[in-house]
Design a protein around this ligand. Structure first.
Ligand code: AMP
Length: 138
């Protein structure tokens, strides 16, 4: 399967559509998921094209995982979480909806299930949550 440069995360990387940015380094970019399944749900993506894990280079995967770990610590601190769930889907049959490699990072608390998918966030709430995560990264 080909990488489509018109996917929504490629547009975010090109600053063609707004997003609530949390962090970037030379190889990765992190922003809030607009339909969060937990408070603090964010997405880690490589800055270079990869459709998903199946066509990503070892270097892209390594860079993403290092940033996933960094964001795991940050969201746990920001939300006083007890754990963190990482999700990553490959191709439609694997649950993937946006075809630019991404890792979901979700802070978790014991006994609090993830919310069902598909509900748009309130953008003021999302910004407040992003502020907490940015503060935890500082
Ligand atoms: P999946 O490809 O199944 O891992 O899901 C894609 C994820 O991207 C979902 O959690 C969506 O809520 C999220 N998403 C889709 N569009 C945007 C966007 N413009 N900004 C932030 N997150 C998005």
């Amino acid at each position: 399967m080909q990488y489509d440069p018109e996917n929504i995360f490629a547009k975010i990387l090109r600053a063609e559509i707004p997003n609530e940015k949390l962090y970037e380094d030379d190889h990765t970019y992190v922003f809030m998921d607009i339909m969060p399944r937990a408070d603090g749900h964010c997405l880690v993506i490589p800055k270079t094209p990869a459709r998903n894990m199946l066509d990503a280079s070892p270097e892209q995967l390594a860079a993403c995982i290092a940033t996933v770990q960094k964001m795991g610590h940050a969201v746990m601190k920001a939300f006083d979480a007890e754990g963190v769930t990482i999700q990553q889907f490959n191709e439609a049959a694997g649950g993937q909806e946006v075809f630019h490699l991404h890792y979901h990072v979700l802070p978790r608390r014991e006994g609090l299930p993830m919310r069902p998918p598909g509900t748009m966030a309130d953008f003021d709430v999302l910004k407040d949550q992003a502020d907490k995560i940015r503060a935890a990264l500082a």
